[in-house]
Write a protein that binds this ligand. Structure first.
Ligand SMILES: [Zn+2]
Ligand SMILES: [Zn+2]
Length: 159
């Protein structure tokens, strides 16, 4: 029942990335590559600003503008290499589409993202699709709300 997705290695992703750049008549640059690298190494969902900061910390000699980060993220998302989650009015967070399937709880107050997987939900989705003779290729489930800390009115985390 459960599809096992093969996780791509970094070199495989890089080949894919270079192909996408070529198809879009964009030059391969190290500035563009490091954005992919940072996303690959990131264990969590990251905002463009966080990616920009991580690039600056990890590759201090590279001059990468925030505009390059935004443009590269848009390109990667349009080509299904990364996924984004929109939270509240604050913006978007990105993750590489290279993890086993999971769904998300999103706090619209602080932007926290909790990942979960529920076998019953997955099975029900397949049953519903079957009922309508519908072939599922993918699905995205995002539950928006307020996390435990924000509900308690705890400290606001600025991100
Ligand atoms: Zn919260
Ligand atoms: Zn996720």
């Amino acid at each position: 029942m459960k599809k096992v997705k093969k996780m791509k290695r970094y070199d495989e992703l890089l080949v894919e990335f270079k192909k996408i750049l070529k198809e879009n008549r964009l030059k391969y640059t190290i500035q563009r590559e490091v954005i992919l690298k940072v996303l690959f190494d990131s264990k969590k969902h990251t905002t463009p600003e966080e990616i920009y900061d991580l690039v600056k910390v990890r590759f201090p000699k590279l001059k990468t503008g925030i505009a390059t980060v935004y443009r590269t993220l848009n390109l990667l998302e349009a080509n299904n290499v990364i996924n984004s989650i929109t939270f509240g009015a604050m913006g978007k967070k990105y993750e590489l589409d290279n993890k086993p399937h999971h769904d998300h709880l999103i706090c619209d107050e602080c932007g926290k993202i909790i990942e979960f997987e529920d076998e019953e939900i997955e099975i029900r989705q397949c049953e519903i699709a079957k009922k309508y003779n519908f072939k599922i290729k993918s699905h995205i489930m995002q539950l928006h709300g307020i996390c435990e800390e924000c509900e308690k009115g705890g400290e606001r985390v600025d991100i």
